[in-house]
Each structure stands twice: as structure tokens, then as C-alpha cells.
Write a protein that binds this ligand. Structure first.
Ligand code: BGC
Ligand code: BGC
Length: 828
């Protein structure tokens, strides 16, 4: 044998026996638990509790065990279902409320909690009757509930850098959650966003792993109490859930639910870091991420969920998956995914798919696809958490401490904490000395965000996206305008509100509040770091005021740092307020000084993420992470910043038709329902289908901002063709709607709203009613409904089609995706 051959053989043997090395050529998405840190999970496992859990498991049927592993949404799960299928938990997604009403009042939440609990503990037919728990996204206060205190979203809390404050926020949130009977919040989000185009970036404290890690433990303690604490219910606490494990803030281009194409060390050091303090503070649950790592979905990644999180990091609670996220795991559907449980998911969040999930898990366990030991381990983990909560011995939700104490919701004490948080979260980027203001003069308050709690509260507020809300939905809250007005009055001055800046009395100074609109998953994703062009009108107001020698203070409501150089140039002072929530006075506390113009509060807020120089992060930071002026600092000799965003403003890709035009690359057509006789409408007036359809312009928003379709004899189809096939499957899972803003002068005898695929047949035509109205109405049809009617949501070509029978006269102002329908169209 020659030496080279020997060497080659040795090499081969070496390869086969190789200890996994992170740098080696393992399959993508393979974790190496040995390189991850070890933590101490403080929750005590006492022998009596363990014996009780073992006894329960020994007496449970397979059906009872599997039920514990599944969580349904209250949209689609009745108390009877909980009884029949022994479900371990329910949740309300962002759009669900008792009786299908997002805006249901607090007592209805508690009543429903009782109904679920009563059903779950019904042992009249035998069975162990384990009490159900209810999980809710109390992510910035008990934010689904009308009247609750709304704290700043996490990015604002990151700016405070104040763990003591954050712990008090957690405690106040736990109290408010307990008032309405839930036991578990899907918070805190401990993401470490690296790309602020991601629409969920504001749910995270910071882009800096050390800062996130510094704050996480405080929130977990605030919500749950001490890491080794027991009987959480008796102490007015709730379970926390750190999410989304792992790398949700690492997705390429900041795409929601996307893939993190990063190394294992980066995953560990940046995104994994906050799980250390979470585990060491005894976090009870961890939610797995929708996103993937190196092309593999996290929900199916055993190496990370079991190898790293449970075995290496020592996490002793249970892992819950995210909203039908299992359906995105390779080889899975919403109805069936043994891979998720095998990977280490202990509870499957199957909002509307729970029944199929129960059935498939039972069958897979019977068939030995999932071993009973894995099922028992998952059940034991869930029961341990329930035991720690004190749930097994607690009475109905309404009988527990704090339940029904409605005065705790938005109490003065909690609002004071929120107001303090607002003060401490403000970051001053510019001040030529105009701040703090003296309360003696006359103040103009302008900008479209000044008197709007919904804008200040952002997403995950009452509704999922934080849209569709009015002032009446925020009893007890104070807008920024109201806070400023009160502070001016208290100091002997006066204030006036004029959103467009047209004041009645010449002011001594003006505060102009502008910024982002509320958004959450998907809908907040951006192509570049800039405000949508329709939100920049207040910049004109600032310039106009400056031209009249009125000092301008810009206040920005935003979930993230964005390119706003024109506003920075225009204003004398610039304050980033993030998404401050319900206590607008917090701004006045800082902006308005004492009678002599001295500060009443310190300015301690510092940027939790770098502020971009242009709309492209790669062009570098204008203000670095950690920047923020204090009262001693003065901006002198401001050199005008370039107002070039570096990229063209991009239209919203969710807007398919607006301003009288299809979106770029799209086409508007009028055709027969079968697609024949198709006429592309490029200009108006136009006729189609041999004169049976006339297309003209109508005003909507802007001049000629709509198209009017007069059909003398149907059927006729108005269609929008996408430039390339669209995949809207995640939006459909997320309850996004197809929105059409229309004004109907003559109603068709029958209308079908739908979509079709490109190339293959997948037509969905949903019968809808579009009655005559003398105003514009934004109708919404759930994308889910199109799927139910046969659309393949992964490849829509003719993404929008409206078929009209008989004679009709309809103007269409806008077609887009969204969640803010004025009128929802039922799905037959
Ligand atoms: C989100 C989670 C949330 C869950 C329940 C998911 O879509 O990603 O953060 O907790 O829904 O609403
Ligand atoms: C729910 C959210 C959930 C989302 C998933 C929505 O319908 O209301 O809670 O996070 O779907 O994408």
C-alpha cells in the first residue's frame, strides 16, 4: 500500500467519525449544541409535584395527552371543543375576541375564560380534566383589551435602558391580564433585529444583543415573579413566553417569516444571547419562530429546539409553536406535522387547524411515528408549567386574585408607569436650544399624529395590525396633543391644535407630530428605510412654519429608525417618540419645562439601534447606536443633511390599484368571465366587450383617482393581472384581506369577487353583495376565503377579479391587501 492511499483511508475514517465542527460541511441548518452556552434554570422540581404529574400522566388516555399538546384559537374553538378534545390551551390571535369581537369589553373576556375553564375541568365522563390555559399577546400592556394601559412598544423600552422600569411594566401588565382571566402572555419578544425593514422590529428592544439581554430578565420577572417562584396565580402573575426562537430578527432583507442565512456562531452570539437571562429568570415558555435558519424552518429544527434550547441551555419549560407555523415545515401541512413534535415542540399552536392536528397526532402516536416517551415528555413539561402556575388547584378564572377588578385596567398607578416610560424612551436627535419650551406662550400642535392614540400605539393594539380604531376605542388615554395642551394650560400658557399647521393665533413655537401608521406582521415590511410618501406632508408644514420664523419641534412616531433627513433639516429640535402608547403626557413632561424654561425631567433616552443616513442601511449611520442628546447638549451650526434617500421611493407592494392606475407592472383588464374578449385598459375613456362596458375616470382621494365601470349588460369581469405570479399563502394564513374601495351607483344583479392563477386553473369566485351607496366603502374579503373557494394562494396571476352580472355602475378607488376593512364580506 502506498502512503497516499493510506492517508486517504485515514481521512475517510476521520470524516466518518468526525466530531461535528461548526465549520464543517454538515447539512445546512444543523446545530452543534456543544458550542452553545449552558444556563441554570431556577425552577424547582419538587418531588411531590413530580409524583402528581407522573400519576396524572399514568391515568391519561392518549386522547387526553394529545389534547394537552394542542392550542386552538378562540375564533374556532368552543368551550365544548375544549371539553371534548381535552385541549391544553386556547389563545386569541390579534384579530380574535370573545364572540368574534375584537372590541369586546373586559367582562366578556373573563366570562369566556370561565367557560373554557369549566369545560376543561368537567370530569363527569371520567378523565383527568386538566384545566386549560389561555394565551394572549399582551405585548405592550394588556394591549388587546379596551381601556388597558398601553406601554411603549419594546423599541421604546430599549431606548430607556432601564430594567427597573421594565420590571414594573411587566408587573403592571401581569396584573391587568389577570383581571380578565388569562394566564399566559406571548411576551416578551426578545428578537435582536438586524434589519429594520422588518415590520416586527419594533417588538424587539434593540439591535444590540447585550442591551436586549440586559432588559429581558426584568420583563420576565415582572410578568412571572422570581425565577424560582411558584403559585403564580395566587401572586397575581402570568406566564411569559420569550419569542421567537431563533433568529427571527436575522432574516434576509428583513422579510417577515423569512430565512436567516447566517452562521451558527452569529445565531448564537447575536440572536441566542437574550435566551440566557430569560432561562436564568425561569421563563416558563418559549415560542418557536416562523422563520428558518439556513433554509430549514425553526419549527422543525430538532438540533436547536431540543439539542440547544432544552438539553444544552437547560430550558425546563415548554416550547410552543407559532400560528400554524408547523404548516411551513418541510413536508408538513397545517393539519399534520409530526416533525414539529419530534423536533421538540411541546404545544402546537393550531388556531383553526387544531382538530386535524389532534387527529393526526393521535394517529401518528398510535403508528409509532412519534414515540409515547416524546408525548409524555411534552405533557410533563406542560403540566409542570401548569403546576407552577398553581392552575391545577385554582378555581375558575373569575374566582382568582385580581379577577374582575376592572379598576386595575388602565389604573392611575399603571398609567403613571407608562408615562414615566414615555418620558424615558424619548431620544433627542437635535436641539438648537428651543427645548424645553416655556409654558407661558402660545403653542401650536400640528401634524397628523398629534391627536391620535392609535398612531401612538402602533400594531398589536386591540386589533392585530392596530388598524380600524378610533378615539372612542381608547377610554382613559391621553393623546400627545391633550398632554401638551394640559401642560401649557397648567403653566399659564395656551395651545391650539391644527393638524395641517394653519393656526388661528400666531404661536411662539410649534410641535409637529408625524410618523408611521400602525402595522404588525407582513404589513410593516419595507423595501427601504423610509416613510411612505403619503406620510411626509407634515414636513411641508414644518418648512412653512420655519419660513414664518416659528420654531419647530418635530416629534416622530415610529417603530424604527428611518431616513428622515428632510425633517431633521427643517426642525429646530427633533424628538423620536417611538410608539409611546396611551400616555401622551409623557411627551409634554419632557418638551415643556418649568416657568423659567428649565427642564422638569432628565433626558435619558438613547438610540436602541443606529439611525440611518439614507434609506439604505449600508450607507452607514447618521447617529450611532447609543446616541441621544441630554439637556446639556446643543446643536450648533447644523450643516444641512443630504435629502437624497439614496433609493427611489417605492410604492407599497400591497397596493395593486390606486390613483386611477394599476400598480407598476400590473394591468387592468375588462373581459368576459371566462377570460375571452379581454381589453387592457390603459387610458380613459375606454370601452370593452363590444361596448357593453364603459370605463371613465372619477375622483377619489386625488383628481381622477378612481375608475368608473358602467356595465350596460353583464356578465363582465374587471381584473388586475400581477406582473409575476404572487404567493400569498402566508398572508392568507395571517388573516390578511383583499380590500376593495368602491362606490356603487347601480348594483349588479350578482357580483363575484375572486382571483385566478397564472397558467393553471384555480379560479375562486366568491359571491358578494355590493349594495348601492352614496359614499366610498372599503370592503374586505379574507384571503382565506379565496383559498377555501379553490384559489391556489401560491401562484395568483389574475390576483383580483370582480365579475358583474346585469347592468351596473361601480367606481373602484383602490384595491390592496390589508386588515382595515370598513365592511367585511362574509365568506359563504
Ligand atoms: C405571531 C406571534 C403571536 C401569535 C399569536 C403569531 O403570528 O408571530 O408573535 O404570539 O401569532 O397571536
Ligand atoms: C392573528 C395573529 C397572528 C397572525 C399570523 C392573525 O390572523 O390574528 O395573531 O399572529 O394571524 O400571521
Amino acid at each position: 500500500m502506498t502512503v497516499p492511499v493510506l492517508r486517504r483511508a485515514a481521512l475517510l475514517v476521520g470524516l466518518c467519525l468526525a466530531i461535528p465542527d461548526p465549520a464543517s460541511a454538515d447539512a445546512p441548518g444543523t446545530a452543534h449544541p456543544g458550542i452553545w452556552p449552558v444556563y441554570h434554570y431556577p425552577v424547582i422540581r419538587d418531588a411531590a409535584a413530580e409524583a402528581r404529574i407522573a400519576d396524572l400522566i399514568a391515568r391519561m388516555t392518549l386522547e387526553e395527552k394529545i389534547g394537552q399538546l394542542v392550542q386552538g384559537d378562540i375564533c374556532c374553538t368552543t368551550p365544548d371543543d375544549v371539553r371534548t378534545y381535552h385541549l391544553g390551551a386556547v389563545l386569541n390571535g390579534g384579530n380574535s375576541g370573545p364572540g368574534g369581537n375584537d372590541k369586546a369589553l373586559a367582562p366578556e373576556w373573563l366570562r369566556l375564560a370561565d367557560a373554557y375553564w369549566t369545560a376543561s375541568t368537567d370530569r363527569s365522563h371520567g378523565g383527568v380534566g386538566i384545566p386549560v390555559m389561555w394565551g394572549i399577546d399582551a405585548v405592550h400592556g394588556h394591549s388587546n383589551i379596551i381601556g388597558a394601559t398601553l406601554f411603549p412598544h419594546n423599541i421604546g423600552l430599549g431606548a430607556t435602558r432601564d430594567p427597573d422600569l421594565i420590571e414594573r411594566i411587566g408587573a403592571a401588565t401581569a396584573t391587568e391580564v389577570r383581571v380578565t382571566g388569562q394566564e399566559w402572555t406571548f411576551a416578551p419578544t426578545v428578537t435582536v433585529p438586524q434589519d429594520y425593514r422588518w415590520g416586527r422590529a419594533y417588538e424587539g428592544y434593540s439591535s444590540n444583543p447585550a442591551l436586549v439581554s440586559h432588559l429581558v430578565g426584568a420583563m420576565v420577572r415582572g410578568l412571572q415573579g422570581p425565577g424560582d417562584g411558584r403559585d403564580l396565580l395566587a401572586r397575581g402573575k402570568v406566564l411569559a413566553s420569550t419569542k421567537h426562537f431563533l433568529g427571527d430578527g436575522a432574516t434576509t432583507n428583513g422579510v417577515d417569516q423569512g430565512d436567516a442565512a447566517i452562521s451558527e456562531t452569529e445565531l448564537r452570539d447575536i440572536h441566542g444571547a437574550p435566551y440566557g437571562p430569560a432561562i436564568e429568570n425561569g421563563v416558563a415558555t418559549v415560542m418557536a419562530s416562523f422563520s428558518g435558519w439556513q433554509g430549514r424552518k425553526m419549527t422543525g429544527n430538532a438540533g436547536l429546539l431540543t439539542g440547544v434550547l432544552k438539553d444544552r441551555m437547560g430550558f425546563g419549560g415548554f416550547v410552543v409553536s407559532d400560528w400554524n407555523a408547523h404548516g411551513q415545515v418541510e413536508g408538513c401541512t397545517n393539519a399534520s406535522c409530526p416533525q414539529a413534535v419530534l423536533a421538540g415542540i411541546d404545544m402546537v399552536m393550531a388556531p383553526d387547524s387544531w382538530k386535524d392536528m389532534v387527529t393526526s397526532l393521535i394517529a401518528q402516536t398510535r403508528a409509532g411515528v412519534i414515540l409515547m416517551a416524546r408525548i409524555d415528555d411534552a405533557v410533563a413539561r406542560i403540566l409542570r408549567v401548569k403546576t407552577r402556575l398553581g392552575l391545577l388547584d385554582a378555581g375558575a378564572p373569575s374566582t382568582r386574585p385580581l379577577s374582575g377588578q376592572w379598576a386595575q385596567l388602565g389604573s392611575a398607578e399603571h398609567r403613571a408607569i407608562a408615562r414615566e416610560a414615555v418620558r424615558k424612551s424619548l431620544v433627542l436627535l437635535k436641539n438648537d436650544g428651543v427645548l424645553p419650551l416655556r409654558p407661558r406662550g402660545h403653542l401650536l400642535v400640528a401634524g397628523d399624529g398629534a391627536d391620535d392614540v392609535a398612531r401612538a400605539a402602533g400594531g398589536w393594539t386591540i386589533s392585530w395590525q392596530g388598524t380600524g380604531l378610533s378615539r372612542a376605542d381608547f377610554p382613559g388615554a391621553t393623546t400627545i396633543w391633550q398632554g401638551l395642551q394640559a401642560a401649557m394650560a397648567a403653566g399659564g400658557g395656551s395651545a391650539e391644535l391644527a393638524p395641517d399647521g394653519h393656526f388661528a393665533r400666531r404661536p411662539d413655537a410649534a410641535v409637529v407630530v408625524f410618523g408611521e401608521r400602525p402595522y404588525a406582521e407582513f404589513q410593516g415590511d419595507l423595501k427601504s428605510l423610509q416613510l411612505s410618501p403619503d406620510l411626509t406632508a407634515p414636513w411641508e408644514t414644518m418648512r412653512a412654519l420655519r419660513a414664518q420664523h416659528i420654531p419647530v419641534i418635530a416629534v416622530m412616531l415610529t417603530g424604527r429608525p428611518l431616513f428622515v433627513n428632510p425633517a431633521l433639516n427643517a426642525a429646530n429640535a427633533f424628538v423620536v417618540a417611538w410608539l409611546p402608547g396611551s400616555e401622551g403626557e409623557g411627551l409634554a413632561d419632557v418638551l415643556i419645562g418649568d416657568a423659567r424654561g428649565r427642564p422638569r425631567h432628565m433626558l435619558t433616552g438613547r438610540l436602541p439601534a443606529a439611525w440611518p443616513r439614507t434609506a439604505r442601511a449600508q450607507d452607514g449611520a447618521l447617529f450611532p447606536f447609543g446616541y441621544g442628546m441630554s439637556w446639556r447638549d446643543r446643536t450648533r451650526g447644523w450643516a444641512a443633511l443630504s435629502e437624497d434617500a439614496g433609493v427611489a421611493p417605492v410604492a407599497d407592494i400591497r397596493r395593486w390599484f390606486g390613483n386611477g392606475q394599476p400598480a407598476s407592472g400590473w394591468s387592468l383588464r375588462v373581459e368576459s368571465p371566462d377570460g375571452s374578449g379581454s381589453t387592457r385598459i390603459t387610458g380613459v375613456p375606454a370601452t370593452a366587450l363590444g361596448g357593453r362596458v364603459q370605463v371613465t375616470a372619477r375622483d377619489y382621494g386625488v383628481q381622477e383617482g378612481a375608475r368608473r365601470f358602467v356595465v350596460t349588460a353583464g356578465p363582465a369581469t374587471i381584473a388586475l393581472m400581477a406582473p409575476a405570479p404572487l404567493n400569498l399563502s402566508r398572508e392568507a394564513n395571517g388573516d390578511v384581506q383583499l380590500l376593495i374601495t368602491a362606490r356603487v351607483a347601480q348594483a349588479p344583479t350578482r357580483a363575484l369577487l375572486g382571483s385566478d392563477c397564472d397558467g393553471v386553473a384555480c379560479r375562486a369566485d366568491v359571491p358578494v353583495t355590493l349594495p348601492v351607496a352614496d359614499r366610498w366603502v372599503r370592503y374586505g374579503l379574507a384571503l382565506k376565503c379565496l383559498a377555501r373557494h379553490g384559489a391556489d394562494m401560491t401562484r395568483l396571476g389574475e390576483a383580483f377579479r370582480l365579475t358583474l352580472d346585469g347592468a351596473s355602475d361601480i367606481a373602484i378607488g383602490e384595491v390592496r391587501l390589508g386588515n382595515d376593512a370598513e365592511q367585511e364580506l362574509p365568506c359563504p
